[in-house]
Write a protein that binds this ligand. Structure first.
Ligand SMILES: NC(=O)c1ccc[n+]([C@@H]2O[C@H](COP(=O)([O-])OP(=O)(O)OC[C@H]3O[C@@H](n4cnc5c(N)ncnc54)[C@H](O)[C@@H]3O)[C@@H](O)[C@H]2O)c1
Length: 359
């Protein structure tokens, strides 16, 4: 058993981290739940107590959690702008870290987190839980088998809606300092899947962003981009939180010489097209949509985090992997203010957007 603490007991912790820790309670004992808002931490503790008959301690100061030697790992689910600082402190205090997406808001910060985990021989895993969606795992197997032949291009489409009420719930959302916009927050999952399936080094990214319908947030509610890979593959991104009047769908299309796959549904949870030689059906074509867009991937993600620690192997979604989608979004942001493609590698932060003029 590993002893773990949750830092940040807001929406995603309540909806998904607790569920995942309860389902993995043979692997993790949740020792502390920590939030600067004590009521939220208590709410989390109550759920554990009700389900597992054991109440974790409640703490409001994460530094006190990190100073404890009886805690092996922490899950960080605070607002995005705090992931870097808390991760660095946690690794420095010899804790393994599972951090929510995006792992950071700057290329430099992500590199520092990866480097520190490597130096300390600690695990750093990022919550891109949709990699565990059953249809996504099926697609990944086809890619690894080489079933597509040469992969030509892929398209990530995110057509969702977030309304004023959602942004009112937490003042950090949609700010350059703590979050970014639709691409960095909502679309980052599908951008991760797109780059993971296409694979390889990126040459450059050209992007545009707009804020069409959300004048009360700083960042974008729409982004479009073309990714050019060094080997010629192309990635296309269309992502928004401005679809009228509610969430429409999230789709990933991968198109190769000898294969075509489109995964759609509310949140890439349903196979829509599955075409390989002699194979045009798949049992996952009519899966029901999950109850929320977050799906069920946090459960296998925690299992992987556990196994990476006890078996001392790389996590499935390591810091290096977690950086890739964040880097693509930062390239889109940089491109949007420069009005030209951004060549890789580069350094950028969402904070650089505060003085930028969007072209
Ligand atoms: N993986 C996913 O599908 C998914 C879904 C939603 C959100 N997220 C990510 O999870 C993170 C949290 O999002 P949310 O919607 O739950 O936000 P939220 O505002 O509901 O929760 C964040 C919580 O962190 C707490 N917090 C802030 N600073 C703290 C500190 N120093 N110590 C302890 N607690 C602190 C806040 O009080 C708040 O309760 C964001 O990074 C977001 O991008 C991921």
């Amino acid at each position: 058993m590993l002893r773990i603490a949750i830092i940040g007991c807001g929406r995603i912790a309540i909806k998904k981290h607790i569920e995942a820790l309860i389902q993995n309670s043979d692997k993790f004992e949740t020792v502390v739940v920590c939030d600067i808002n004590e009521d939220k931490a208590n709410k989390c503790a109550n759920i554990f107590e009700k389900k597992l008959n054991k109440r974790p301690e409640v703490e409001i100061d994460y530094k006190k959690v990190l100073s404890r030697e009886d805690i092996d790992a922490v899950a960080i689910a605070t607002e995005s702008g705090k992931h870097y600082e808390i991760t660095i402190e946690a690794l420095s205090s010899n804790k393994h870290v599972l951090v929510e997406k995006p792992m950071a808001l700057s290329t430099k910060h992500a590199d520092e987190m990866i480097e520190l985990a490597r130096k300390k021989n600690l695990k750093l895993e990022v919550c891109f839980q949709n990699r565990f969606n059953p249809p996504i795992q099926e697609l990944r197997k086809k890619i690894e088998e080489g079933a597509f032949g040469k992969i030509n291009y892929g398209v990530a489409t995110i057509r969702w809606n977030r309304n004023k009420e959602y942004y009112r719930q937490a003042s950090w959302r949609g700010t350059w300092e703590e979050d970014g916009g639709a691409l960095m927050n909502q679309c980052t999952h599908n951008i991760d899947l797109l780059q993971w399936m296409l694979g390889g080094e990126i040459k450059e990214v050209y992007g545009v962003i707009r804020n069409f319908n959300h004048p009360y947030i700083e960042a974008e509610d729409f982004g479009g981009a073309i990714i050019k890979f060094n080997d010629g593959k192309i990635g296309i991104i269309e992502g928004t939180t401005s679809i009228y009047p509610r969430n429409l769908h999230e789709k990933l299309g991968i198109f190769g010489e000898r294969g075509t796959v489109i995964i759609g549904g509310l949140a890439v949870n349903k196979i829509e097209e599955w075409r390989f030689e002699g194979e045009e059906e798949h049992p996952f074509m009519n899966l029901p949509d999950p109850d929320t867009v977050y799906g069920f991937g946090h459960v296998p993600l925690y299992k992987d985090f556990y196994e990476s620690i006890v078996n001392d192997r790389k996590p499935y979604i390591s810091g290096e992997e977690g950086k890739k989608a964040m880097e693509i979004v930062l390239a889109i942001y940089k491109s949007a203010i420069e009005g030209k493609p951004v060549k890789f590698p580069f350094e950028f932060s969402t904070l650089d957007m505060r003085n930028g003029v969007i072209k």
